[in-house]
Design a protein around this ligand. Structure first.
Ligand code: AMP
Length: 284
């Protein structure tokens, strides 16, 4: 695996691969790689001739009081994992190079970016779409891989690629979980032992919701109330949101039918965790 820090160099390597008619699979990450990231990398390795993984803790997607500074950084460990997975390039740029002094251009997907997490993290998705658009211009991938773990992010990126006619397909892969159900996340490293045990409540609440819906409950308010009650029972939690929304517009549904997204964001102590699941029920 080759670690590429220079944007120009990365662009030349991507162009060279393209000229040799190699397909490029791209996995954007913020590093501190775990099995969730590895599932995306493995898929890319199966699909593409060249696999590029970016590792970049993107400052523009963090709010002023968020965890940008303390976000885990472990390049040599990540590089060893990438090498083992047969990754060709790790793109590891500096923030100064990604955001040149005097830059004035940002990419915003309107409407979708202000729902769910966007309400609690203003500017977050603008940071995400801007950096991913930059990556696409530097890496020129045929396929880019994203996790269902960040469902809203995946929906927003798809919308961006479609609206801007970006010549890339977006593939979304299932959430990888710990044995007890907790969705893997680099932020799980922040959790104390007690918080880690409590964090299982996110996936438990989703499981409870799925069971209620399977038993025929169609009123989202009843499902959400049950989920919130479960979460509240665990100490040291604070709910940002628990929502059941349509998967196109991310708007709260009045009744559960068709395909809906159950999504939640919950603070475990000082750590903000998210999880989600889609559910499909017949329209009748
Ligand atoms: P991050 O490094 O957290 O920005 O995540 C990089 C990519 O990995 C994003 O597309 C995430 O959705 C995806 N990802 C993170 N955690 C998981 C997980 N538990 N399962 C599947 N994909 C994940």
């Amino acid at each position: 695996v080759k670690i590429v820090r220079s944007i120009r160099k990365m662009q030349l390597l991507s162009r060279d691969a393209r000229l040799r008619r190699k397909s490029i699979g791209f996995v954007p990450t913020m590093g501190a790689l775990h099995a969730g990231h590895l599932s995306l990398i493995r898929r890319a390795r199966l699909d593409s001739d060249i696999v590029t993984v970016s590792i970049f803790v993107n400052p523009t997607q963090f709010g002023p009081h968020e965890d940008f500074k303390k976000y885990p950084r472990m390049l040599s460990r990540d590089a060893a994992l990438c090498r083992k997975e047969g990754v060709d390039f790790i793109f590891y740029p500096s923030a100064a190079a990604m955001y040149p002094k005097g830059d004035k251009t940002f990419v915003t997907v309107e409407d979708l970016s202000s729902k769910l997490c966007g309400l609690f993290r203003p500017g977050h998705f603008k940071g995400v779409t801007t950096v991913v658009a930059k990556f696409f211009n530097i890496i020129n991938p045929d396929v880019a891989y994203f996790g269902q773990k960040d469902a809203q992010q995946a929906i927003i990126i798809k919308q961006m690629a479609r609206d801007l006619h970006m010549p890339v397909s977006i593939r979304v892969l299932p959430t990888v979980r710990e044995k007890d159900g907790l969705a893997m996340s680099s932020r799980n490293l922040y959790l104390s032992e007690a918080e880690r045990r409590g964090a299982v409540v996110l996936s438990q609440a989703i499981r409870e919701a799925r069971q209620m819906i399977q038993k025929g409950v169609r009123n989202p308010r009843l499902v959400i109330a049950k989920m919130k009650a479960l979460i509240r029972k665990k100490g040291n939690t604070r709910v940002d949101y628990v929502s059941i929304v349509d998967i196109c517009g991310l708007n709260p549904v009045q009744r559960i039918r068709g395909k809906v997204l159950i999504a939640l964001a919950v603070w475990m102590g000082k750590t903000r965790l998210i999880d989600n699941s889609t559910v499909e029920v017949p329209y009748a």
